[in-house]
Design a binder for this molecule. Sequence first.
Ligand SMILES: NC(=O)c1ccc[n+]([C@@H]2O[C@H](COP(=O)([O-])OP(=O)(O)OC[C@H]3O[C@@H](n4cnc5c(N)ncnc54)[C@H](O)[C@@H]3O)[C@@H](O)[C@H]2O)c1
Length: 337
Amino acid sequence: MTILVTGAAGFIGYHLSKKLLEANHQVIGVDNINTYYSTELKYARLEQLGVAEVDAAIEGIECSSERYPNFKFIQLELSDAASVKQLFKKYTFDKVCHLAAQAGVRYSIENPEVYIQSNLVAFGHLLEAVRHNAVDHFIYASSSSVYGETKEVPFSVDQRVDHPISLYAATKKANELMAHTYSHLYGIATTGLRFFTVYGPWGRPDMAYYLFTKAILKGEPIKVFNNGEMRRDFTYIDDITEGVQHVIEQSTQGREHYKIYNIGNSKAENLADFIEILEKHLGKTAHKILLPMQPGDVSQTFADVRELQKDYGYAPSTTIDEGLKQFASWYLKTKIG
Ligand SMILES: NC(=O)c1ccc[n+]([C@@H]2O[C@H](COP(=O)([O-])OP(=O)(O)OC[C@H]3O[C@@H](n4cnc5c(N)ncnc54)[C@H](O)[C@@H]3O)[C@@H](O)[C@H]2O)c1
């Protein structure tokens, strides 16, 4: 299969690309390599995919991989309609896995415009491209944040999610609605995956576990919001990419055109326990500063993943102890980001 992975220099996009390449698919990875967090880390991920020369590349130019002959990377701005059209003119994709987005809940409070461009405008361009080209399946990243302050746990895709509490969450919910329209009007198979706090090696430096790790190792205090009264469904990256790979590889025949799934670990962990396990694997104790809740943040997430289990055999298996061990040992080796 030829698969377009957007956000390929990002955390999940990098891991997914690698997994698909190792399964012998053709992967075209695109990313604008924005500066929201360390571009050094984004380039280092691309280097792991065998792409060594991206910083010299002009936008829109195809870069080959020294490690994977079945991989091409293109630096590209997806909110630019002409660039997206050009991309779909040049390549024929069987599947599109759209992961590129402006992530981060807190950042969306200060920087709404970039969310409009990257999460709404770019999403619209991709739907149009999928509509006008023979793409078999459009798979895209949604988020647990669409559940807002829903109290009923575990979160089920059957619950109504009409009260997002950050612009980030609102854009993800909007993506689901836009996909619904395209599935309905044009019969396009779309699958939205609501990711639940994904962590692991080559992760995102803006996320709490990464910030905690850096601070703990430097002997600096860590900020623990809502006085630590948080529960999160932390999901290890390999469990996520395995689940996404199943969705990509399996046929769309006989399935509903429009689907949304939760993809999480299906365990709500206490933030305090998470920090304790991280301390153990870093071999250092955290100095915690307890702070009130941040605007836009939710106090708990917990995924009901039975649908994905039933339809695609999704079976997350990594405990936070094992997952944090992997993350800590990777970070201690690379100290990147
Ligand atoms: N990591 C998580 O815990 C998590 C949780 C819920 C949802 N998600 C969603 O999963 C997806 C992947 O997340 P991630 O953690 O890998 O984030 P990431 O920021 O590491 O990756 C996203 C990539 O997209 C690229 N990008 C952003 N805007 C772009 C644009 N306009 N054109 C081209 N490229 C662009 C960025 O440069 C980045 O490399 C995102 O859609 C995110 O919202 C992630």
